[in-house]
Write a protein that binds this ligand. Structure first.
Ligand SMILES: [Fe+2]
Ligand SMILES: [Fe+2]
Length: 368
């Protein structure tokens, strides 16, 4: 992985030094450096927990085209005006004299809300494509038949996720954003790693763990019924995907040496820092025509934002604990999570135990 700043401080200079310079590329090539592994052991159910996930996944396939109420109108401008009240709280808490926001009125704050929604949903869509290619890679590289079977269902899940986010952006929002440069680097790092378990760690545990928390947060905050239902459907799959990572790596990590575990701890930490500090919507500020660095200097002080960033780790930390990643090598990752202010989540329920509560059947939502 590319080196990131080792300490807790947010380094805006470094963050802003990375931007997506390939805005017009239509395809992006990454070497995936991995052996494709066949197995001649076809004993289905040798790993019962994975087999159970696979059987559940077969019955949990929804259809984004027919199961979601696409005929609902989404008034993005009305939503943005409603959100301006929230921005007013922010503006009242700070003296904005001399800042890029000094002359902003409701119109600009509403536009910021619209751009922020377009940006967030675009990054969800790009991240979903990352999950699509990573799980296709896992089908090739994992040596266990039960895991290959399960991963193949996840490939189909992720295709549907890319599809529904793309359709929502195209038909209900007002513009796309290219992939954020930091997200792109993280996905590239995960795909490039030759070790099969690193695809799991990077995608299933870190990226999907964060996504599950982020989708949950957004699902709780929004009222727009189409997106709410879309997120609920996606979350029912994502919980299973994170569980797939936890169950698979729990077995594999039991056999790793301290040195091997240290590499995984460092990988998890570097991904955490990237995900926490790097996705600051820098492209949105740029599109709004304000000085990005000056805007971010204010944004990073917002206590609501700090709390949101911590909440994103509500799934990652307990899952890392269950995998034994927190405390190996003199509690190396525990210390890093303490520095980041996210260790308080360590005893929250892990997704290996929790995933069934997310299923659509569990909440009485019908699958057609
Ligand atoms: Fe997904
Ligand atoms: Fe997923």
């Amino acid at each position: 992985m590319t080196t990131v700043s080792p300490h807790d401080a947010i380094d805006l200079e470094q963050i802003l030094s990375v931007s997506n310079t390939e805005l017009h590329e239509v395809v992006h090539h990454v070497k995936d450096n991995a052996d494709c592994i066949f197995t001649w052991n076809y004993d289905k159910g040798e790993r019962p927990a994975l087999n159970k996930l696979y059987e559940k996944a077969k019955h949990a396939q929804w259809n984004g085209e027919t199961d979601l109420p696409w005929d609902l109108d989404v008034d993005q401008e009305a939503q943005a005006m409603a959100a301006v009240n929230t921005f007013r709280e922010f503006t009242q808490s700070y003296d904005l004299g001399g800042t890029p926001f000094e002359k902003w009125g409701d119109k600009e704050w509403a536009q910021l809300n619209i751009e922020g929604s377009n940006w967030s949903l675009s990054q969800f869509m790009h991240g979903e494509q990352g999950a699509l290619v990573c799980t296709a890679k896992i089908v090739e590289t994992v040596p266990w038949i039960d895991a290959k079977y399960y991963a193949s269902t996840q490939v189909m899940d992720e295709a549907r996720h890319v599809e529904v986010f793309a359709k929502y952006l195209d038909t209900k929002m007002s513009g796309h954003y290219p992939i954020n440069a930091h997200l792109k680097m993280l996905l590239d790092d995960i795909v490039e790693d030759s070790r099969w378990d690193m695809t799991y760690l990077g995608m299933q545990i870190m990226v999907e763990g964060l996504a599950l928390a982020a989708f949950g947060f957004m699902h709780a905050m929004i009222e727009e019924p189409l997106l709410k239902q879309l997120l609920r459907y996606v979350m029912s799959d994502e919980a299973r995907h994170v569980a797939f990572g936890v169950i698979s790596l729990q077995e594999y990590y039991q056999g790793l040496s301290d040195a091997e575990m240290k590499e995984r701890q460092e990988f998890a930490y570097e991904a955490s820092i990237r995900m926490r500090d790097r996705f600051l919507q820098q492209e949105v500020w740029d599109r709004m025509g304000v000085n990005v660095k000056e805007a971010l200097q204010l944004v990073v002080q917002d206590p609501g934002r700090v709390m949101f960033q911590q909440m994103l780790f509500a799934k990652i930390v307990p899952n890392c604990k269950k995998l034994g990643l927190l405390d190996r090598n003199d509690q190396w990752l525990r210390r890093r999570f303490e520095e980041m202010g996210v260790i308080q989540f360590e005893d929250w329920i892990d997704t290996g135990d929790e995933y069934e509560a997310f299923s659509l059947e569990a909440t009485g939502q019908a699958l057609n």
